[in-house]
Design a protein around this ligand. Structure first.
Ligand code: NAD
Ligand code: UFG
Length: 343
């Protein structure tokens, strides 16, 4: 069975993908420098999956650390067949404050990973892109053919990452790359043992709502109620992180079987407003979610949801879990781990 290297393996999406890959029979090696994750994830992965995780602690910009991953892959599992590159910094606001750090980490990291893959003769890559590359879309739902435009340094690293990789595969046809444009990943593994563990005040909606439900924050600030949406609050395509993780398994199979690249949206195709999500979370948790209307957040758009048809037609993947599953699983994680991985 094939062995896959995950960069950013102990992060939110990486850890769920680790389990999905194991479940599908893949061997996994991870690399992470824990800049935005906890080493405690590893014990949880072992607890759920029943296997001791193989992880190199290191920075993806460090060629020696990456070479170690490929050597471990050879000695333990007969060689790495493909890489899923999650490792990146992802906070939009922070990227405006520290653009150079984002360019260096996200683009420097991508180049270092590709160089290491080339050194070791591995050419199948899954790249974590984002719906942020569509900016404010001209029409909805968003297909992969929509115009690409970005409005902040983080988004720029995803767009430039895609462009670098497209140029790479044009010059060297041995590369096969899956460009996965994630919509809004939320929820947690059904075990309640792993989930999203943001540092400080959550920037994103569901982790914030989770903390309101837990009584850690008094209310949800709803950023804007005059958007061009049915209830005036922002609409997004929330996707269960386990569906998203399974999308990576499908993409890796596609690359191995079809020997060609692909660009796909990973979303459900269904948009929900801020108020709809807050209500669903209230139902799932049995807690009140008080809301306070606040000004719009700079840079936010009215609505963003995917046309997920292409993912279904190319790789036979589509999301199976709905908004209530996302909220129930998030709440299980939140309520049993009130301080995330720290206890
Ligand atoms: P995350 O921060 O939880 O995980 C990223 C992991 O990468 C962390 O464990 C971090 O420690 C690690 N990392 C960062 N820089 C590194 C480096 N130089 N060397 C080694 N490890 C490094 O984020 P996530 O939500 O799991 O996101 C994973 C990927 O998906 C990222 O590329 C992100 O940009 C992309 N993405 C996320 C979302 C989202 O809403 N969560 C949406 C679209 C795209
Ligand atoms: N929102 C609130 N209150 C909050 C947090 C968010 O009302 O406390 C609203 C936002 O205004 C928006 C919606 O909830 O209407 C979703 O906001 P998120 O921050 O959860 O998600 P975004 O769609 O703004 O951004 C996310 C990631 C980006 C990524 C983008 C597209 O954070 O990195 O999805 O994939 F680029």
């Amino acid at each position: 069975m094939a062995c896959i290297l995950l960069t950013g393996a102990t992060g939110y999406i990486g850890s769920h993908t680790w389990l999905a890959l194991q479940q599908a029979g893949f061997d996994v090696i991870g690399i992470d420098n824990f800049v935005n994750s906890s080493p405690k994830v590893l014990a949880r992965l072992a607890q759920i999956g029943g296997l001791e995780p193989v992880l190199v602690e290191g920075d993806v910009r460090d060629a020696v650390a990456l070479d170690r991953c490929f050597e471990l892959g050879r000695s333990r599992f007969g060689g790495i067949q493909a890489v899923v590159h999650f490792a990146a910094l992802k906070a939009v606001g922070e990227s405006v404050e520290r653009p150079l750090d984002y360019f260096e980490n996200n683009l420097g990291g991508l180049l270092a990973v590709c160089q290491a893959m080339k050194r070791h003769g591995v050419h199948n890559l899954v790249f974590s892109s984002s719906a942020t590359v569509y900016g404010k879309p001209d029409s909805l739902p968003i297909t992969e053919r929509a115009a690409l435009r970005v409005t902040n340094p983080y988004g720029q690293t995803k767009l430039m990452g895609e462009e670098i990789l497209r140029e790479l595969e044009r010059c060297d046809t041995s590369w096969h790359i899956a460009y996965l444009r994630y919509f809004n990943p939320v929820g947690a593994h059904a075990s309640g043992l792993i989930g999203e563990d943001p540092r400080g005040i959550p920037n994103n909606l569901m982790p914030y709502v989770a903390q309101v439900a837990a009584g850690k924050r008094p209310h949800l600030n709803v950023f804007g109620n005059d958007y061009d949406t049915p209830d005036g609050t922002g609409v997004r395509d929330y996707i269960h992180v386990c569906d998203l993780a399974e999308g990576h398994v499908a993409a890796l199979r596609y690359l191995a079987d079809q020997q060609q690249s692909l660009t796909v949206n990973l979303g459900t195709g269904q948009g929900y407003s801020v108020l709809e999500l807050a209500q669903a979370y209230g139902r799932a948790s049995g807690r009140d979610i008080p809301v306070v209307f606040a000004p719009r957040r700079p840079g936010d758009i009215d609505a963003c949801y995917a046309d997920p048809t292409h993912a279904w037609e190319t790789m036979g993947w589509r999301a199976a879990r709905g908004l209530d599953d996302m909220c129930v699983d998030s709440w299980r994680w939140q309520s049993t781990n009130p301080n995330g991985f720290e206890g």
